[in-house]
Ligand binder design. Structure first.
Ligand code: EPS
Length: 383
């Protein structure tokens, strides 16, 4: 399975093409729209989210609600496009707008213009914008519908914004609704209140905030991924998928960095066996992964997001045309987007699990996949 996305933040819209889904998978666009709506929410989002109401349009790969095995094409229109037709027109326009020449520290602006030889940061920042992640959330929502056929549930929670952190972790899927109702996608009400306060304060100061979110997947069978090559390890693929989200600067699997300070006897998860449930562990420091392979425990990952680079009180920069010291470019943005990034993280993790699942159980048709999965479970049950 693979997917690509296309689209600039203020262009006509976003597109994603997914290849390799099994035929016969029911897809409900409303479930995709619900995920898109979740990505738009969260305290600290800017004015753009009041303009957009992201909705998916499926233009191929689906017939009467079931996949055909052909590429699934998903489109999300940018409602803001009407305000940007002159600035972001794919075709030549008269009176081109002024170029953006004050790159923002922390954004792709400067690195991108140097790489591609542009004189306008907009040629880079439009695609580098996290708007692109709406397309990935749509893709992830499709992956989730495949995983749901096998009882796999993926969820996320914000555990830190700025200096406010909760120690409460997602325990089981019944908590998903609580997270979704929180203004900052956090289970801990008291921490959530303090997070909202910190967002308000940062916004008033013209500043921005980062944070940390966790992603958990329940119901993942043992045996996804492989130890045989560096790029087949599921840890590699999950970490890369999370790191690919704009502004993510760190990823941990299971107990992550804190494992480095533990003794082996405290760091590893003892192996137990019960005839009804098979192998299980009394702890999950490994985050459900050993040797690059899922071990049947829930997958647990955390990702750290840096603060949004667009500052209303900008840092110093250098004008790429005049080389004078200037204040970095300022344009409408968010104070924080950690709750949105959590939804994107969930989508990326769902995608990677779906991909690994299709590799192990085949993906021409859903019924074949289900039969292969049942056979595998039967073998596991027999021990
Ligand atoms: C985003 C859309 C953008 C920003 C944000 C994320 O909308 P606009 O630029 O029109 O205000 O809200 O973009 C960034 C954080 C960024 O670094 O570019 C979205 O849809 O998530």
């Amino acid at each position: 399975m693979r997917f690509l996305t296309a689209g600039e933040s203020h262009g006509p819209g976003l597109t994603a093409i997914i290849e390799g889904l099994p035929a016969g998978l029911p897809i409900d666009p409303e479930l995709i729209n619900a995920e898109l709506a979740q990505r738009q929410k969260g305290a600290g989002r800017g004015g753009r989210m009041r303009i957009e109401t992201d909705q998916v349009i499926i233009t191929s790969g689906l017939r009467f609600g079931y996949t055909l095995g052909s590429p699934l094409c998903l489109t999300i229109h940018n409602r803001d496009w009407v305000n940007w037709e002159r600035t972001m027109n794919p075709l030549p326009v008269e009176n081109q707008p002024e170029p953006v020449t004050q790159p923002r520290p922390g954004h792709a602006d400067l690195a991108g213009v140097l790489k591609y030889g542009f004189t306008d940061c907009r040629n880079v920042l439009e695609r580098a914008s996290a708007r692109e992640t709406a397309a990935r959330v749509a893709v992830g929502a499709v992956a989730k519908q495949l995983l749901a056929q096998f009882g796999i549930v993926v969820a996320s929670q914000v555990i830190r914004i700025g200096t406010v952190e909760t120690s409460l972790r997602l325990g089981d899927p019944s908590e998903i609704e609580l997270v979704r109702r929180s203004p900052v996608a956090c289970l801990d009400h008291q921490a959530a209140e303090r997070m909202v306060e910190e967002i308000t304060e940062a916004g008033q100061a013209g500043d921005t905030l980062g944070g940390i979110f966790e992603v958990v997947a329940w119901g993942v069978p043992p045996g996804l991924g492989s130890h045989v090559h560096w790029d087949r390890r599921l840890d590699t693929r999950l970490a890369a998928a999370l790191m690919s989200i704009p502004a993510i600067k760190g990823v941990e699997i299971g107990t992550g960095f804190a494992l480095a300070g533990l003794r082996g006897s405290a760091a590893h998860d003892p192996i137990c066996y019960a005839s009804e449930t098979g192998y299980y562990r009394t702890s999950n420091h490994a985050g459900g992964l050993e040797g690059g392979i899922t071990n049947g425990m829930p997958l647990r990952m955390t990702a750290a997001m840096k603060p949004i680079p667009t500052l209303m009180k900008p840092l110093d920069s250098v004008d790429i045309k005049t080389k004078e010291v200037v204040a970095a470019n300022r344009e409408r943005s968010d104070v924080t987007a950690v709750p949105a990034a959590a939804v994107v993280g969930e989508a990326m993790v769902a995608w990677i699990i779906a991909e690994a699942f299709a590799e192990k159980f085949g993906a021409d048709q859903l019924s074949e996949m289900k039969a292969a999965y049942e056979r595998y479970l039967e073998v596991l049950r027999r021990g």
